[in-house]
Design a protein. Structure first.
Length: 116
């Protein structure tokens, strides 16, 4: 199993901030993040993968392969790559043979407004 990592998006400040403390309910959902509580923040999961430039890939990242741009989404218990324009799933992390994950390049994310 890959390394379990998170990034933290501060919805009020509109930027990524350092993750200080995180606690989870029994179902795995977060209930305490940093000193402000979970409602102010969005917890961003690491896929366990790196792009072709060795940059870590997180959910919400926008990735490019050839001339196509995709969004990384956590859905139904696994990470998926979805077509940016129509949301159609084009690859699932649990089925690595379906997609050339090692040919992806992170070009931005949905949080910072880059390459939306």
């Amino acid at each position: 199993m890959g390394e379990i990592k998170y990034k933290l998006w501060d919805k009020h400040k509109k930027k990524f901030v350092e993750l200080e403390t995180i606690e989870f309910f029994d179902d795995g959902s977060p209930y305490l993040i940093n000193s402000y509580g979970a409602n102010r923040f969005e917890l961003i999961r690491f896929t366990g993968l790196k792009d072709k430039n060795s940059k870590e890939i997180f959910e919400g990242d926008l990735v490019k392969k050839d001339d196509c741009v995709y969004k990384v989404v956590f859905d139904d218990g696994c990470f998926t790559i979805t077509d940016k324009t129509d949301g159609k799933v084009v690859g699932r992390l649990v089925l690595l043979i379906e997609f050339d994950w090692d040919k992806l390049e992170v070009i931005g994310n949905i949080y910072e407004g880059k390459n939306k």
